[in-house]
Design a protein around this ligand. Sequence first.
Ligand code: PRP
Ligand code: MN
Ligand code: MG
Length: 181
Amino acid sequence: AEDVSGELKEILHTKADIDRRVVELAAEIDADYKDKDVLLVGVLKGAIMVMADLSRALSGQYPMDWMAVSSYGSGTKSSGVVRILKDLDTDLTGRDVLIVEDIIDSGLTLSWLLSNLKSRGANSVEICTLLRKPEALKVEIDVKYVGWDIPNEFVVGYGLDWAEQYRNLDCIAILSPHVYS
Ligand code: PRP
Ligand code: MN
Ligand code: MG
């Protein structure tokens, strides 16, 4: 496969940074949910890497399910139009749900998803996101677990894509504007 390093402007978090932070988040989650029957809900496709690493760093038993929703399409801007591409297989009635996300950008995807999942009768719905862009937020969202707040730039890697590319980078990097402009 081709070398993409010339397409990256800056590496924000290395694989080692991510491994360390995910283990810290998992320890918090284990402590907070130790007596609860939690369902992890991963948001496809971006959350695949966080889910894979976070779920293995947890010491308790955590069933997982997946939803696919899309807000970006193939561009770099969130449209606010959320489509369900794949729904959960699990009934949420009475469950404690922890949504696992790669990034909160405008917040439009998660704010929609939060109210959607709450309306299904869950006992609680909380969020764990690896990344958040405070300057890009368009709606207020209560987030229980955040890996890092990052600058308002387009980032890729560790599950995050631009036009379905770069998801398999093991680090999180700012994409060079020359790639998409
Ligand atoms: C990205 C990202 C989040 C969402 C955040 O997903 O993975 O799910 O956008 O954006 P927002 O806070 O502005 O709503 P995307 O829609 O690109 O789908 P993907 O996960 O399949 O890449
Ligand atoms: Mn996503
Ligand atoms: Mg995407």
